[in-house]
Design a binder for this molecule. Structure first.
Ligand SMILES: NC(=O)c1ccc[n+]([C@@H]2O[C@H](COP(=O)([O-])OP(=O)(O)OC[C@H]3O[C@@H](n4cnc5c(N)ncnc54)[C@H](OP(=O)(O)O)[C@@H]3O)[C@@H](O)[C@H]2O)c1
Length: 234
């Protein structure tokens, strides 16, 4: 029998992280989760089925231990505070994961890899207001996630950055569809079930076509995805 593949989920206790852990277990991975000490109880449902390493996700020692021996690392990139939390998290994963490991990171549509994304006025307005509020309150640092992704894009590891649309809770609608650029008609609905966003990240691990890609995803049953599927079928 083949030994189980080992997957690390960095940021395992959040809403996305818990879906990632669930999908990983369903697919037979051995799972190591990293989350803040105070959030360990949020993983109670998985007790006995995963190994949890408590700690900040930008703690290089914690990450080094967590990713040791892992075939894949899924990272929930969150730009909390003003101390480069997301950048520190990404850098720790890039530095400590073993060279052949598949690395999959989450972020939003606002991250652009090649500058060819086209954003609607509504999206730009929301991003500007959110960014300003975030800066004022010092709770979130949008530029931190931008820098984290810049470093990932420049790295020669086997990365994928999955850019999430707006997210909602609800039952799975299946694997989201994706496109290289925000602004492509297939993405117009800008909505994905969080459970499916997580599924896309977990399935990206085994999909070599997504290495060095930054897919922007949208729910497969959204009107824009269905319209696209209809056009292809014609
Ligand atoms: N929300 C959206 O609509 C949306 C849209 C597109 C993309 N995304 C992307 O999806 C990913 C998950 O985002 P989410 O909004 O769905 O939230 P989420 O899954 O609940 O994740 C939030 C994460 O932030 C951590 N966190 C919360 N407060 C913190 C603090 N003060 N210091 C350090 N860590 C803290 C949480 O850990 P604890 O469990 O320890 O609190 C959790 O791991 C992100 O990469 C985001 O960019 C989200």
């Amino acid at each position: 029998m083949e030994p189980k593949q080992r997957m690390c989920v960095v940021g395992a206790s959040g809403k996305l992280g818990r879906y990632l852990v669930g999908h990983a277990l369903d697919r037979g991975y051995e799972v190591v989760g990293v989350c803040r000490e105070q959030s360990v109880p949020k993983l109670a449902d998985f007790e006995g089925r995963i190994t949890v390493l408590p700690g900040a996700t930008d703690d290089r020692d914690v990450i080094a231990r967590a990713v040791s021996g892992c075939d894949a690392v899924l990272t929930v990139l969150v730009p909390w505070g003003r101390n480069h939390y997301a950048t520190g998290t990404a850098q720790a994963v890039l530095d400590h994961a073993h060279p052949g490991a598949r690395l999959v990171f989450s972020c939003g549509w606002h991250i652009t890899r090649d500058g060819k994304d086209v954003y609607s006025r509504k999206f730009r307005l929301y991003a500007a207001v959110f960014g300003r509020l975030a800066k004022l309150t010092r709770v979130v640092d949008v530029d931190d996630q931008v820098e984290a992704c810049r470093r990932i894009f420049a790295s020669d590891t086997r990365w994928t950055v999955v850019r999430g649309s707006d997210l909602e809770e609800g039952d799975s609608q299946g694997l989201p569809v994706w496109s290289r650029h925000v602004g492509d008609p297939i993405l117009a609905s800008n909505l994905t079930r969080r459970v499916d966003y997580a599924r896309f990240m977990v399935e990206a691990v085994a999909n070599d076509a997504l290495v060095h890609e930054a897919p922007a995803v949208v729910g497969r049953l959204t009107p824009s995805a269905l319209a696209h599927a209809g056009r292809i079928a014609q």
